[in-house]
Ligand binder design. Structure first.
Ligand code: GUN
Length: 295
């Protein structure tokens, strides 16, 4: 079998186009655009690239983008003060504090300070708890994007065997909860899992989010499985340059899978699309309007 390559860029473009329609409708009805504030602390080049592309995508969707850049010497109190200010700013529907933060700042304290109604990352313990208990929540963008691709590919996920590799708060745990919500049978594997290849071999759905280049081998993939690769790992090449690879051996897995996401161009573009989606959803909920449809 040669796998279908799941085009995350195309799916993300579809979500972004729908978000732009919703944002325009919101602006017409309320007299203001939905707004997303991003906060970048320090000079990490990868974080700077991510935050810039989030801001650009926000503007392209017809939303207000508020960009805050703070020096890497910023104290926790200073960052908490900015978060408080954004919590109180009515033009701001979503607040995204880019992680990682410098070592003098406790990220969990900062996340806990964000108004859960504006927590478009879905990282606040209130949103994590709401997702875990099946209540309306803002859901972390990357796993929500993975779920979108899976449902696009498979339709109903009910009764399917899903294996999530990785147990992070940002991807693995919320991914498992979303799959349970879709009535899949879910196993969460991690660094201490015994016989990982055999665990993966029983999966109809594999979501790999471990951050280890090409760790999941092609012969672990059950014929006909759908593989979602969340990893983005930069590895050196023979010519002294580098390239991006996922957590899955793409060429090997493509021989067994029915469908697989590439790296880049798979899950990555979906993360930003879902951030925009969460922002328009947060704007509607804050304005006591029904959730927008079609995203
Ligand atoms: N750093 C890497 N990914 C993310 C993300 O999705 N949200 C935030 N806030 N920081 C990140």
């Amino acid at each position: 079998m040669t796998a279908t390559i799941i085009d995350g860029k195309a799916a993300a473009a579809g979500v972004r186009a729908r978000v732009a329609e919703i944002a325009a409708d919101f602006a017409k009805r309320t007299g203001r655009q939905p707004g997303l504030a991003t906060v970048l602390v320090g000079e990490d080049p990868a974080s700077a690239v991510y935050v810039r592309s989030k801001g650009k995508a926000t503007s392209e969707a017809g939303m207000a983008s508020f960009s805050h850049k703070l020096p890497d010497t910023t104290s926790e109190a200073e960052l908490l003060a900015l978060v408080d200010q954004l919590n109180r700013d009515d033009a701001v529907d979503g607040i995204l504090v880019q992680l990682p933060l410098p070592p003098q700042i406790d990220a969990s304290r900062v996340i806990a300070e964000i108004d859960p109604a504006k927590d478009v990352d879905g990282f606040h313990p209130v949103n994590a708890g709401r997702l875990a208990t099946g209540l309306e929540a803002l859901v972390p963008c990357t796993p929500y994007g993975c779920l979108y691709l899976l449902k696009q590919q498979l339709g109903s996920l009910a009764g399917r065997e899903a294996v999530v590799i990785g147990r992070s708060n940002i991807v693995g745990k919320p991914m498992a909860l979303l799959l349970i919500g879709e009535s899949a049978t879910v196993t969460v594997a991690h660094s201490r899992t015994k016989d990982l290849p055999d665990v993966v071999r029983r999966a109809d759905i594999v979501v790999a989010a471990v951050g280890r280049p090409e760790m999941v081998k092609g012969d672990w993939i059950k014929p006909g499985a759908v593989v979602i690769d969340v990893g983005i790992n930069r590895i050196p090449t023979d010519d002294g340059k580098s390239r991006l690879v996922g957590d899955v051996d793409f060429a090997g897995a493509s021989e067994n899978a029915a469908a697989i996401t590439p790296v880049p161009g798979g899950v990555g573009p979906m993360t930003i699309a879902m951030l925009l989606r969460n922002t328009v959803v947060a704007a509607h909920r804050r304005a006591a309007m029904p959730d927008p449809e079609g995203v």
